[in-house]
Structure formats: C-alpha cells, structure tokens
Ligand binder design. Structure first.
Ligand SMILES: *Cc1c(COP(=O)(O)O)cnc(C)c1O
Length: 471
C-alpha cells in the first residue's frame, strides 16, 4: 500500500466508522448468526497474489460485519459495557498509526510520562490519596495476576521466582465467593493452586464476605501450617455487584500482614462520583486496586489501571533487567514493563488523556449518574410489573430479575427461553447469572451513548416478549 492509498483507505475507514456509529440503533445488538456461518464465508487458504483493497473492504462489510455483536450499541445492556467513546477511538487511531512499542521510557518517553500523569489524574478523579501510583495494564486479569504474584513473592521473601514453589510453605489466598473468574486464573497461573484459594461465603444486601469467617479461616490455616499471603476483595462483582466491606477486610489484612488487592474492574469508574465512594470506604488502606477505564468510563478497549501503594513490591516481583533492556545514564525514569507481566506495551495513556479532556470529569460523572438513575427506575418499574421479580436490587447500574408468572413450573427454563427470545429479537441485549442457584437475567445500563429512552425501550421489549411467551 503506497502513501496515496494509505491516505485514501484511512479516510474511507474514518467515514465508515462515523456511518457505523450513526447506524447502530438500526442494527440488532447481538450478532444473529449461527456457529460456523462466518467461517464458511472465508477462503480456506491465503491468496498467493495480492487482492485489491476494494474487494477486501467490501468483504469486510459483507462477510464480517453480520457476525459482529455491537458493543457500542446504545441498547447493549449485557455483561458490563466495553465503551469506546468516539474521542478515545480518535486517540487510538493516532496510536495505531505511530505503532510505538512503549516498554521502556526511552522507547517513547512521551508514552511513559503521559502514563504517569494520567494515572495521577485518575487517582485524583477517584478520590484516592496521594502516595498511590500505578500502571496501565491490558486487562484486569493481568493486573490481578500481577497482584497475586506480589502476594506470593512478598510472603515468600522473593524466593518463589528463584526457587519455584515446591519445597515452600503452602500459600493461602482469600476472597469471597463473588469474585470474577480472573481471580481463579491468577491463582492457577501463579502456581498457588485452586485448592489454596479460600472462598469465604458472602451474604447480606451487598454480598460481602463474612469477615469473622475470613479471620477464622486465616487462623485455622496458620494453625495447620499454611502461609496466608493475601486477600482479594471485590467492589462490584460481575454476577450481581457483590461488594466487600473494605474497611473490615483491610483491618484483617493489616492485622495478619497480608497483601490486599481490590477488584473494582467495573465499579471503579463510578468512583469519579463522590456520592458512590461509600462503596469502597477504606480503600486508602489497600495495597493495590484494579479498575477498567475500558468498561464504564469510555476508554476504548484495552485499558485497565492498576493502582499500587508501594510500586517496589511490584517491581521487585516482576522486573528483569538484561543488559539489552537497560537505559543507561538516565535517573529517575520509569520503565513500565517492569510493572507488568508482558514486556511489550501499547501506548494506552493517550486515549485516557483525550477522553478526560474532551469530556471533563463533570461530563463523565453525569453519564454515570444517569445510568445509575435509569437502571434504578427500570428496576422499580419491573418490580411493580405483575409477574416480574427483582432478584437483586441495583448495585450502581446493575440489577437482576426474572419473570415468574403463576402457573410456570420450571422458572429457570422459562427465563432461559425469555432471554433467548429477547436476544433473538435484537432490539436489546441482556445476559444471565445465577442468584442463590436460580437463573436470573442481568441488566446493566452503561453504554456511553445510551439515553433514558433506550432504557425505557428495554422495559417495553422485556414485557412485550414475556407476554408473548406466556400466551
Ligand atoms: C470485567 C471484570 C474483570 C475482567 O476484566 P478483564 O479486563 O477482561 O480481564 C474482572 N473483575 C471484574 C469484577 C470484572 O467486572
């Protein structure tokens, strides 16, 4: 592709992107294709000779687009959002064009220095005290893995990396039963092992871990010769928003010298609003926090921020400095690749800088406040609707419900059918979870461009399809 063609196709892609965003409301939110349907349209082998760009681009629209689920659709109410605010897409385009590898300070000083700045902007935005620094990871899963490795290495006086885990005391890590599967995987990959993740039952309105049970488990483990290493608390769990009492958990962590990591991957964005910070009161007492600006805040995927109180623990756990990676003669610089598992890193700070400046904190707060208010209103309305039950009350903008009309014997199967029918209809997109063993439909409002009307439309679609199924 020569320079002239690059210009032409870049402009074409930009035009396409703007048209695409404008046309989202007319598209079904979830892809309406069957497994294998898209693969069947793709040539079995790579071409030997070059194909014209016109054909490649046309095939993208014809063969790929129908198999896309539209995460930027304003009526995407499934999972959690993966917002890509238009301004962050523009920043991503610039990052893509420069395609810098930002592993060390010298491999792009601006990327490192801007990262330090925007991390500190976010620290202030979230109301975290001075003294927290941080790093942008690709995902919350990576951030939590890094935190678990810190727990492991700190507890083993940094001998795990060197000697391996066999022959070491058996480590124990504690969490509630509401945490995300990324915690399980961090426990597997770090060599701690699933059997050593002690799941403390969670209860109450916010499904917080039972802190007395946590302490009892730690004491029993010490008694049995295990080595407690850390606790993972959650603020806004993925299933129904489970949220631990950070003050109480931090007190236990401190009492027993355990590393405390908080997973606030989704809910962290809401902490730009002071009125929601009661959900993580005590956060200043934790060792690390992960939150994903690529979820609710609007930074195009991927962009996960890990705050740490003491970066030395992270660097001591993860930094490797072979000669060819050293930066000689520069003092006081940060090489962020020493703060994460992967060496190579994308320039992720630029989209945050664009996003925060173009919307301002006040603009982003308003969006989040709207989502919370609209979700609460929808939960209230559905709760009053005959035949509907709210299974879990809104935690921020997330709640769960089910349709339980009289005379339906198998409510789990009925709600699975309802969910499938809603998603086949395509006007909205919802996903499911289990609440105390029962099938529940999740609803979260969080798409960057959703309006109050979109959330009202969700009520209309849910009740209309439920009525049809009950005929
Ligand atoms: C989404 C989510 C994760 C995983 O995030 P990734 O960035 O996809 O790894 C972890 N924990 C919670 C609470 C989440 O909502």
């Amino acid at each position: 592709m020569n320079g002239e063609e690059f210009r032409h196709w870049s402009l074409k892609a930009a035009e396409w992107g703007a048209d695409y965003r404008e046309s989202l409301r007319e598209r079904p939110v979830r892809a309406q294709t069957q497994p294998g349907e898209i693969a069947a349209r793709i040539a079995a082998s790579p071409p030997e000779t070059a194909e014209p760009m016109e054909q490649i681009f046309a095939d993208f629209e014809e063969k790929i687009l129908p198999g896309m689920t539209h995460w930027q659709h304003p009526r995407f109410f499934a999972y959690f959002p993966a917002n890509a605010a238009p301004v962050s897409v523009v920043a991503e385009y610039l990052v893509t064009v420069m395609a810098a590898q930002c592993m060390l300070w010298q491999t792009s000083p601006a990327a490192t220095e801007l990262e330090t700045k925007v991390i500190d902007w976010l620290r202030q935005a979230l109301g975290l005290p001075e003294g927290f620094s941080g790093v942008i990871q690709d995902s919350a899963s990576s951030a939590t893995l890094a935190a678990v490795l810190c727990m492991r290495e700190r507890a083993l006086s940094w001998q795990g990396n060197k000697q391996g885990l066999s022959g070491q005391p058996r480590l124990r890590i504690y969490s509630s039963d509401q945490v995300h599967t990324s915690i399980d995987r961090a426990i597997w990959v770090s060599g701690v092992g699933e059997d050593n993740l002690v799941r403390i039952p969670a209860d109450g309105k916010f499904r917080a871990m039972d802190v007395a049970a946590l302490e009892a488990a730690i004491l029993a483990d010490k008694e049995s010769g295990f080595l407690p290493a850390g606790i993972i608390a959650c603020v806004g769990g993925t299933s129904v928003g489970g949220t631990d009492d950070v003050v109480a958990v931090a007190a236990i962590a401190q009492k027993y010298g355990l590393y405390l990591h908080v997973d606030a991957a989704w809910a962290g964005s809401a902490m730009i609003c002071p009125e929601f910070r009661h959900f993580w009161t005590g956060i200043e007492g934790v060792d690390s926090i992960v939150f994903n600006p690529h979820k609710w805040l609007g930074a195009q995927f991927d962009c996960s921020v890990q705050f740490v109180r003491d970066p030395d623990v992270l660097v001591r756990t993860l930094a490797i400095k072979p000669e060819y990676l050293k930066t000689h003669g520069k003092d006081g610089i940060i090489n962020y690749s020493e703060w994460s598992v992967p060496l190579g890193r994308r320039f992720r700070a630029l989209k945050l800088w664009f996003l925060l400046r173009a919307h301002g904190l006040e603009g982003l707060r308003q969006m989040i406040r709207n989502h919370v208010a609209w979700a609460e209103a929808l939960a209230a309305r559905l709760g009053e609707e005959p035949g509907f039950e709210i299974m879990t009350e809104p935690m921020l903008s997330l709640f769960s419900f089910r349709h339980a009309p009289t005379g339906v014997a198998d409510l789990d199967a009925h709600n699975q059918r309802l969910l499938n029918a809603i998603n086949d209809d395509g006007r909205i997109y919802l996903t499911q979870t289990r609440v105390d063993g029962r099938f529940a439909i999740r609803f979260q409002a969080g798409q960057f461009e959703a309006t109050e009307q979109d959330v009202r439309d969700a009520f209309a679609v849910i009740t209309e399809i439920a009525a049809l199924l009950s005929l």
